[in-house]
Design a protein around this ligand. Sequence first.
Ligand SMILES: [Zn+2]
Length: 686
Amino acid sequence: MNSENLLIAEWTGPYGGVPAFDKMDLADVKPALEKGMELKLAEIDEIANNAEPPTFENTIVAMELAGEELKRVFKYYGILSSNVSSPEFRAIQTDMAPIISEFNSKISQNELLFQRIKAVFDAAQETPLEDDQQRVVQLVYEGFAMNGAELDGEAKERYAAINKELSGLYTDFSNNILADEEDYITYLTQDQLSGLSESFVKSAAETAKENGREGKYALTNTRSVVEPFLTFSDERELREKVWKTFKSRGDNGDEKDNKELIAQILTLRDERVALLGFDNYATWRLQNRMAKTPENAFKLMNAIWPAAIGRVVEEVADMQKVANRLGHNIAIEPWDYLYFAEKVRKAKYDLDSDEVKQYLQLDKLREAMFYVAGEIFNFAFKPVPDGSVPVFQEDVKVWEVNDKTTGDLIGVWYLDPYARKGKRSGAWATTYRSYTSFDGEKTVLASNNSNFIKPAPGEPVLVSWSDAETFFHEFGHALHSLSANVKYPTLNSGVRDYTEFQSQLLERWLSTDQVINNYLVHHKTGAVIPAELVEKIKKAATFNQGYETTEYLSSALVDMMYHTLDDPSGIDVEQFEKNALKQLNMPKEIAMRHRSPQFGHIFSGEGYAAAYYGYIWADVLTSDAAEVFAETPDGFYDKEVADKLVKYLFAPRNSIDPAEAYRLFRGRDANFGALMRDRGFPVPEK
Ligand SMILES: [Zn+2]
């Protein structure tokens, strides 16, 4: 391997070293990964074969230190996969997925290593270590036990083989969705554009041109195109076609069809957890989550579900009235929902989303987030001069983050704002380096990524209210990283049904007076957003919650139903989905947000498998915590509550059990009444 492979080299430059994003070379990826894995395996072997008796230092701390090189490679790998991907890189990914899986199995199934971890764990049950050390030992031990470390012989081999097979199926699943999103383009002609906004039409024309169909208007089969089209297009037949095409991703009965893959994935997952003695995947998965059991997750979802579908009945009735009044002789179908909901929104709340946009400038929103970070986290953000920190694309900007009082360096924040080819859709946050102190204090390198349309030079980026919320949301993830105060890397790990809480909570600051009055100003006149408009936005906040909650919760419930099956082998996915929705009494006017064949959250990997409920679980905490602020005289800027928030719910990351951390903040467990109030649902008695 090239000794100058930059992907593995130590980070140099300012801020304790930063990734050399400007020098990434695809030719380096494979050799860097291979070398990184080799180095880590050697370190792990050394720990496992240590002749000394196992101790916290020579086992747990040594493991926390191992694999630095590989960690660095994976940071670049993540950028190449999410921010600047290409067919060439995707081919490398396909090759490497099973190799990485085998590598992981070699560590998680290293018997000698596990014996040492277990010895440290057992000793710590007798004589507890310091709190943070005790927590690391527990998390590391549980991680190994959950992942088959105690298996031997045939079972162990089978376990690793299943994981390897799954890693390939996950890649296939997500590639099939991607292909159906790219391949199914609907072309419109000039006379089919009624209702669509000027900017939407412009970008559709641009896409058609890119595809060699100049003069036409192209609708790609992705959510960011389909949803605005369904909301605004007056062409009902086209809406139906576009809706059906979108909801059929991975479900077209061709070689890209995902249904058979789902059956294989579920069967393999079930077999794998059976090797560990678990009845089903969900029970295994939830043991170290905040919810603890599938029953607890079901209990919450089932408590909210009747209110959600009850609200849908009201929403449909409202829409039917509007449709009748406008002379449409129709019954509301799924492809009508967003369209007529928008009409009701205008009639009921007189809220014009385009008018709101004029006051939501991306740069101002960013300044608003910095203001909030200053008030709540005591952080100051200062732009880093172009060129001093390498970036992977010229639009990426970088800020230095300091403690407002002491001036101490906290870290660096990267923002990659614009959509482009090769960048995955949506918005997300990542951390290139997390804070730890066990091996010298590290500065944090946090990042936010979104897909705003890049404006012409000198023009502002105007965004919708919900995109502004998402922008704040992702910044919440970044603040969660920047405020971390943990000693060991393992304590930075996320808990899936808790990790959206911090980010969801941060969205709440968008509609505070301080932000509204100082940052939500008209892009031309500079006038503050009118109070009546804000009032309308707030009133409309519970609007369409029947739709939103139902489309989300149906997906979360079906996810949990799949993963609590006794025996998924031979499952007929199409029939299962149908039956599940029937059993739930799913309103016929709404489809799951992610139908099974396109449910990448749960089938492109294991990140959200039996875990999609996590968003609403975390939202219960969000609503409940927001009420604490709302009840103080200073509202969301109350210093005392803010200090407690940072101290208990942000800084500790996973060094305290999340349920316990929440109790320290709130003085009790969260209950879901606040969430029901936030969504405008009736709060059940008792
Ligand atoms: Zn999030």
